[in-house]
Write a protein that binds this ligand. Sequence first.
Ligand code: ADE
Length: 237
Amino acid sequence: MRFTFVTLFSSIVEGYFSDSIMERAKEKGLLGFDYLNPRDFTKDKHRKVDDTMAGGGAGMVMMPQPLSDALAHLKEESPQVHLIFTTPVGKPFTQKDARRLSKKSHVAFVSGRYEGIDERVIEIWADECFSIGDYILTGGELASMVMADAIGRLVPGVLGNVESLETESFESMLLEAPTFTRPKSFHNLSIPSELLKGNHSKINALKKTMALSKTKYFRPERYLKFTQRDSDEKSIY
Ligand code: ADE
């Protein structure tokens, strides 16, 4: 799967994806990362990419021409590319979106800067617009990285342990049960003893109870939805 980051600040993104799991996935040929800078598509000698806001208001807006030309270039080179715009006014990005998008061959993230992107560029090019949460970032790069990470790790072969994906938080309505490792006792706190006895049906029952309590406490709205679902949909644990 190929990811393209359309950004004025590619160095923010590059570091993250040239490390650890993502780097290994790159070496194995499972994921590819490339960058496209709208500034390379400017037509004036100052390489200007932003302008004042129509109607007045503080801050600058990303001009339509350089970004639109960059996207036209990308679409011509890769007609199947799926174009995602990052914006705090997009729909909330979820694990379901990550799973769906992990089946695409090429996803591009368009990161806004300043006060945003001229709306007409979004109108012309966006396949989808996503927000990663109800807060404002200084630019869309972090949002693009969050989404690419969540999508990339679901591409088959990227993670070693596929089984762990199934019980992960957000793959079902429930949050994942707490996890432990050695030592048995730490700061006078013990690992729940059932986890150490090797009885897998009891371990699964305990994990489900812990997942339910965690969800009820931290995410009551998800707990309520879970309790209202059909029983065969609840069989994740
Ligand atoms: N750009 C700025 N804030 C953002 C957010 N919360 N989600 C996606 N893109 C953004």
